[in-house]
Design a protein around this ligand. Structure first.
Ligand code: NAD
Length: 487
């Protein structure tokens, strides 16, 4: 098989197999063929990972931040050197075109390892003077962190969770999505090769039940999930029983607001990036595109023309701009939503069909799809589709659009296109979302905090903010005089 790893799991610095675990078939979304067969973790594998992580964490936490950072930065360099191979693997795992994976996946994972590697030596406590007596704080690791990934960015998620966790001196057990089990194994192996002590970063495969077992394991101190809101609710509830720390990076139905004075080509470019990148399987996508009345005709004309020019095809061909959806189930879900949109009375402006490509007849391809004339109450405007389906809505004025944009249970992202500086900042300040853009969309550099408001999440990934979510503060009062006790 094309992409078969050495074994299903990576524990204590080595590939490990246990064929008693349920089979996980890894399917290449462009052809529907099984490219690797792995096994879900058995209880024995989970225990092995826990024990090795606990042992590894003690060694790792005893090292200096500088030493830890050096390992992470070395891993970042190795990932960049192997970008071509890692990108090809990401493409096999997800079906995303090489044109994207070469620049957005392993590279962004490397950015995270480099950034947090650089920060590791500066993760410190503080000194608080009390005029004689004093307090110092120690910023200590949480201990054993579990990362649970979604399938849209398997390399990036493995690194975005691993890099800050490791920089703070934690160990991690990462469970990839069962749909995309391959990439995290490579990251674990590279980290080990870069000098990470055995057991500090482990990968165990599995379905939701393995995630659930890890979430409730008494030795686990934190769970960081990237996934859907329903899974987030389950994981957060399960973590609550043990009063465990959580980071939740969940779904969205984000608004992208285009005002009359926006540059049309830029706004269309932002809407395309915010809906069709990764075949629309991006949590922060701006899937509700609100366009101010006057600009509607010019905007939709360019939007449809540019959508219809998107090159769909073999993801391994670098000229391909859009690949298939990740799975047959995701394709079916998207096709169902397109049917719902039509039944609800939205206007199917372009796309809407499954595609059968020559030589890839069993791939999960769907045309990039634009609905116009969408209203707020339609399900396609309220529910996360997670596919290449854009809803275009119209609005009259600023107050109205902000109220409508905020009328959602989600709050991951928001974008505004305008050339009026005051309006841009004023609008963004009122939008209830954690990751926002003015005059662009979906850029997520490691330097910027990333995460959601409302049901889209808890906690932040990336940036210095992530350190808060992978460490805890110990406060130490030091007396410098006699104890003043009345007893
Ligand atoms: P999902 O919620 O179905 O699964 C996510 C992960 O959780 C998988 O690894 C799965 O095995 C695991 N899981 C399932 N049930 C579990 C349980 N009871 N306990 C512990 N773990 C469990 O999500 P998905 O379909 O893989 O990914 C798509 C979703 O992820 C979308 O909703 C998308 O918006 C969201 N997402 C969010 C972000 C973000 O950063 N906010 C990024 C990417 C994807």
């Amino acid at each position: 098989m094309k992409a078969q790893p050495e074994a299903s799991h990576f524990i204590n610095g080595a590939f490990v197999e246990d064929t008693d675990g349920a089979v996980i078939d890894c399917i290449y979304p462009a052809t529907g063929e099984v490219i690797a067969r792995l096994h879900s973790a058995t209880p024995a594998i989970i225990e092995q990972a826990i024990v090795s992580a606990l042992d590894g964490q003690k060694i790792w936490a005893a090292m200096t931040g500088t030493e830890r950072g050096r390992v992470l930065r070395r891993a970042a360099d190795m990932i960049r050197e192997r970008n071509q191979t890692l990108s090809e693997l990401e493409t096999y795992d997800t079906g995303k075109p090489l044109q994207e994976t070469l620049v957005a996946d392993a590279t962004s994972g490397a950015d995270a390892l480099e950034y947090f590697g650089g920060l590791a030596a500066a993760i410190n406590g503080e000194h608080i003077d009390l005029g004689g007596d004093f307090v110092y704080t120690r910023r200590e690791p949480l201990g054993l962190c579990v990362g649970i990934g979604a399938w849209n960015y398997p390399t990036q998620i493995a690194c975005w969770k691993g890099a800050p966790a490791l920089a703070c001196g934690n160990a991690m057990i990462f469970k990839p999505s069962e749909t995309t089990p391959l990439c995290a194994l490579e990251i674990a192996s590279i980290l080990h090769e870069a000098g990470l002590p055995s057991g500090v970063y482990n990968v165990v495969q599995g379905y939701g039940d393995v995630g659930a077992t890890l979430t409730t394991h008494p030795q686990v101190d934190k769970v960081s999930l990237t996934g859907s809101v329903p899974t987030g609710q389950k994981v957060m509830a399960a973590a609550a029983a043990g009063i465990r720390h959580v980071t939740m990076e969940l779904g969205g139905k984000s608004p992208l607001i285009v005002f009359n004075d926006a540059n049309v080509e830029d706004a269309v470019g932002g809407a395309l990036l915010g809906n069709f990148y990764s075949s629309g399987q991006v949590c922060s996508n701006g899937t509700r595109v609100f366009v101010q009345e006057e600009l509607m005709d010019a905007f939709t004309e360019r939007l449809i023309a540019r959508t219809e020019a998107i090159r769909i095809g073999d993801p391994q061909d670098e000229a391909t701009q859009m690949g298939p959806l990740v799975s047959a189930a995701q394709r079916d879900k998207v096709i169902d939503y397109i049917g719902i949109g039509e039944a609800e009375g939205a206007n199917l402006a372009t796309g809407g069909k499954e595609l059968t490509l020559q030589g890839m007849e069993n791939g999960f391809f769907v045309e990039p799809t634009v609905f116009t004339g969408v209203t707020d109450d339609m399900r396609i405007a309220r529910e996360e589709i997670f596919g290449p389906v854009m809803s275009v809505l119209t609005f009259k004025d600023e107050d109205e659009v902000i109220a409508r944009a905020n009328d959602t249970e989600f709050g991951l992202s928001a974008g505004v296109f305008t050339q009026n500086l005051s309006r841009g900042h004023r609008a963004i300040a009122q939008l209830k979302a954690g990751s926002c853009w003015i005059n662009t969309y979906n850029l997520a550099p490691v330097e910027a905090p990333f995460g959601g408001y409302k049901k889209s999440g808890v906690g932040r990934e990336n940036s210095r903010a992530a350190i808060e979510y992978y460490s805890q503060i110990k406060s130490v009062y030091v007396a410098t005089g006699p104890v003043d006790s009345p007893y």
